[in-house]
Design a protein around this ligand. Structure first.
Ligand SMILES: N[C@@H](CCC(=O)N[C@@H](CSC=O)C(=O)NCC(=O)O)C(=O)O
Length: 282
């Protein structure tokens, strides 16, 4: 059952905010959907899932990224997930901005106490997808995923781990090699424990190195060169090397003068929407 929190006319379509019970998480979750005007024609539409970064919610992308105008032109449904469970009641889960609440890292935790509710991979891939298919005119054969920073890590890893679900993937300033940066090491050690082999299953660069079948239309990544997190946390050069090793076509565009924020994201948003549209619709 979907509860509508609010709906708003937007570029001839509808921008909505919703809440539903998530079996994977065991709590209510919120998400947002932009349905373009083409929905009134009755045919199923391609869907693009957005995964946001640390501290964000299901609202951040819809308010700040400026994606709806082009999605309305192209006839694409946009879906934005929240970034973690809310209300799990784990001691200390809100103590830091880069772990716990707002920092679910799009994986299923295996370690107590996180493993009961922090199951964002199953949430996004199963529960959120199901909710979108059941309640919106979405085409299950034409789904893509993109995201920013922690959500860029999520987009790359979920696309690599669920090739049958996502046909297209791109990212803005992704955490591209989390087992080699402080954000990833902090999150993975708490969520996944000490086994570094388990960590590799959620590291985009490690997954890419083991890739069997490349994404034929390539992967698009935009990265600002004035991003204060670039050298220590994001490490796109490791993903670039892994793509080369795996013969995966990658367009990694480095942009002077752009930082980590949503002014950067909105600048290149249209390119990402057109990239996914070309991959999903042709
Ligand atoms: N509070 C932090 C900054 C947090 C931050 O920059 N979050 C980014 C994502 S970082 C990686 O996942 C973000 O998208 N923020 C939302 C926004 O509107 O910019 C600090 O103190 O540095």
């Amino acid at each position: 059952m979907l509860e509508t929190l609010s709906e708003h006319g937007c570029f001839g379509g509808v921008q909505g905010y919703y809440r539903h019970a998530s079996p994977a998480i065991g709590l209510d979750m919120r998400f947002s959907v932009f349905v373009p005007p083409q929905a009134s024609k009755g045919s199923p539409l391609p869907v693009l899932f957005y995964l946001a970064g640390l501290t964000c919610t299901e609202e951040t992308f819809m308010i700040k990224a400026g994606a709806q105008r082009v999605a309305a032109e192209l006839g694409m449904i946009l879906v934005a997930s929240d970034t973690s469970p809310r209300g799990a009641g784990i001691a200390g889960e809100s103590d830091s901005w880069d772990f716990g609440v707002g920092a679910g890292f799009y994986l299923d935790a295996t370690q107590a106490p996180w493993s009961q509710h922090y199951r964002m991979e199953s949430y996004v891939v199963d529960d959120l997808r199901r909710a979108v298919l059941d309640n919106f005119p979405a085409d299950p054969q034409r789904m893509g995923v993109f995201g920013h920073s922690m959500g860029g890590h999520g987009a790359l890893t979920l696309a690599l781990r669920h090739r049958d679900v996502y046909r297209s993937v791109s990212a803005f300033a992704p955490i591209a090699a989390p087992i080699n940066c402080a954000w990833g090491q902090k999150a993975f050690s708490h969520y996944l424990g000490t086994d570094r082999q388990a960590w590799k299953q959620h590291d985009a660069s490690e997954l890419m190195r083991a890739l069997q079948t490349p994404f034929p239309q390539g992967i698009l990544i935009d990265q600002g060169l004035a991003d204060k997190f670039l050298a220590e946390q994001l490490l796109p050069e490791r993903f670039e090397a892994a793509c080369k090793e795996a013969s995966q076509p990658l367009s990694l565009r480095r942009h002077a003068g752009y930082d980590h924020g949503y002014y950067f994201i909105e600048t290149f948003m249209e390119d990402h929407l057109r990239f996914h549209h070309a991959n999903l619709v042709g």
